[in-house]
Design a protein around this ligand. Structure first.
Ligand code: SAM
Length: 258
């Protein structure tokens, strides 16, 4: 592993997270309870959000789908089961990519790679998905421009984007760094504000963690249980307070067909 990759933000935390996810039955159970499916989620992406992606997968041929920050590939595995797509994913976590390659060897291409450094051919994908990962681009506008070159004409970019976590909360969707990145590239986009859904999800995460407290402790995974409680403290506040500190948006942008 190159030293400069190891120095990237949260690199060691994600290696530890995906090692835990590869071993822990309790965490898998937690994900099912909280998110509706176990995709080893670290963040905020439940099955309601993932199922919205299905509408953008072409039906008339085998689609090529790329996931940016694919983790251990479980979300892509689900999209493949549902649509028969060829799945592509990259992530800087060695542990995550190793698991993805083992779990999904068919019709797939998983690579260890860093945002802004990895390259794909132009017009290679029908759909590019990024759930809670755009924050890690050093230059978000340049990366949006690059991933639009990777999309086929008529292809779609689908992105879940949170404020108040890695990114600071701004006034509204137009002031997000991602909206700014689209504008810099002259790309039109649509947005769904799902902050209320996210609030409910965080409450579910907290309830699921609490219901599995004993199992986490018995498995020697108290640290992960405590992390889940810490991550979901904001959902104890009334929604109006939460909404002032956090926002969640689903962005979709279509590349013009030629
Ligand atoms: C918040 S998690 C989201 C994971 C997954 N998409 C999900 O929704 O559960 C961010 C993911 O991006 C990866 N990541 C973080 N920084 C990265 C970078 N600079 N280049 C590539 N992957 C990165 C992490 O390993 C992790 O899998």
């Amino acid at each position: 592993m190159e030293k400069d990759t190891q120095d990237l933000l949260f690199f060691h935390e994600y290696e530890a997270f995906y090692s835990m996810a590869a071993k822990s039955g309790v965490f898998g159970e937690f994900c099912k309870k909280a998110f509706g499916e176990d995709f080893s989620q670290d963040g905020f992406s439940d099955i309601r959000q993932i199922d919205r992606i299905l509408a953008y997968v072409p039906q008339n041929r085998q689609a090529n789908i790329l996931d940016i920050g694919c983790g251990n590939g479980k979300m892509l595995g689900y999209l493949q089961r549902k649509t028969g797509a060829f799945i592509h994913g990259f992530d800087y976590s060695e542990q995550a990519i190793q698991t993805a390659k083992q779990q999904y060897p068919q019709q797939s291409d998983f690579r260890r790679g860093v945002i802004g450094r990895i390259a794909y051919p132009e017009a290679a994908f029908d759909l590019i998905v990024s759930m809670d990962t755009m924050y890690f681009a050093d230059d978000m506008a340049a990366f949006v421009g690059q991933l639009f070159r990777w999309l086929r004409p008529g292809g779609v970019f689908f992105c879940a984007y949170q404020e108040g976590d890695v990114m600071p909360k701004t006034d509204n969707v137009d002031t997000t760094k991602l909206a700014e990145a689209f504008r810099k590239n002259n790309i039109d986009f649509m947005v769904e504000d799902i902050t209320a859904e996210c609030y409910e999800l965080l409450k579910r995460k907290r309830e699921a963690a609490d219901s599995l407290k004993k199992a986490f402790l018995q498995a020697g995974e108290e640290d992960w249980y405590r992390m889940l409680l810490m991550q979901t403290e904001c959902a104890l506040e009334p929604f109006e307070v939460f909404r002032g500190k956090m926002a969640r948006y689903l962005f979709t942008a279509k590349k013009a067909a030629v």
